[in-house]
Write a protein that binds this ligand. Structure first.
Ligand code: ATP
Length: 237
């Protein structure tokens, strides 16, 4: 079943068109990756989906409903949760308080302790550091916290913007393993990545974005083997 659908979506910043009539879909249960060079429009696409940036054309539907004009906070209630580029951890709050903030829109408060435990199982490091201020965590730990906080909203769709950015290689592999685990536990994932190697090997399907338009799409592993993708995004000729 289609969970998310973008049909002919365009986004402008003033007179600059960052995304041009883009159409993509994400099925329930999938991991879908959006790859592309700097400035291709990946983050803008994510902002359009989470509702931070209005569309100048096109339509977005989620779980069969048109959400094109729905406010960002109400999209969270519907089940769309975004981990923004740069993470946005609350620096003065503890790890536990940051996680609690992720659940602010939820009505089923009685399930929170079990969900917190699930986040701590995915990220034992966060449990160890639950009383530490978010701002004093390492980059990799802050990325874990941002993902954990998004999971506390119990999303149907998790949007991840550059989860590997700035991370050491051993953290990158770990974050992608955890993304697969989150997906296997029932959460659909749309992720934006510059690390095409990791993204394509983890994603069921992927789209290649170039200057605001989709130029290629296919199964993650097929794109990994595609010579033009290898040359442009995987650093192998
Ligand atoms: P990166 O991988 O470098 O983060 P990206 O694919 O996520 O790139 P976007 O951040 O979506 O790309 O940017 C797409 C285009 O829109 C770029 O040309 C960028 O300069 C422009 N853009 C993004 N944000 C703004 C803004 N707030 N005001 C004006 N132009 C913007």
């Amino acid at each position: 079943m289609t969970l998310l659908e973008l049909a002919g979506v365009s986004v402008h910043y003033g007179r600059i068109q960052a995304v041009s009539e883009l159409s993509i879909s994400v099925d329930e249960g999938e991991i879908v990756a959006l790859i592309g060079a700097n400035g291709a429009g990946k983050s803008t696409t994510m902002r359009a989906i989470s509702g931070i940036r209005p569309l100048s054309g096109g339509r977005i539907s989620f779980a069969g409903e048109d959400i094109t004009k729905l406010r960002a906070d109400l999209r969270v209630v519907r089940g769309i949760s975004q981990v923004p580029e740069g993470r946005g951890v609350f620096p003065g709050m503890t790890v536990a308080e940051n996680l609690d903030m992720g659940a602010y829109a939820r009505k089923d408060r009685k399930n929170l302790p079990a969900d917190l435990e699930r986040v701590y199982e995915l990220f034992p490091r966060l449990k160890e550091r639950r009383t530490q201020a978010g701002g004093t965590l390492s980059g990799g730990e802050q990325q874990m916290l941002a993902i954990g906080r998004a999971l506390m909203a119990k999303p149907k769709l998790l949007l991840l913007d550059e989860p590997s950015m700035g991370l050491a290689p051993q953290f990158i592999a770990q974050i992608f393993r955890i993304i697969t685990e989150i997906n296997q536990q029932g959460t659909t994932v749309l992720l934006v990545e510059q690390n095409a190697q990791q993204a394509l090997s983890r994603a069921h399907r992927a789209y290649v974005l170039e200057t605001g338009q989709i130029t290629k799409t296919g199964a993650g592993r097929d794109l990994l083997a595609d010579p033009s993708i290898k040359e442009a995004y995987l650093g192998v000729a």
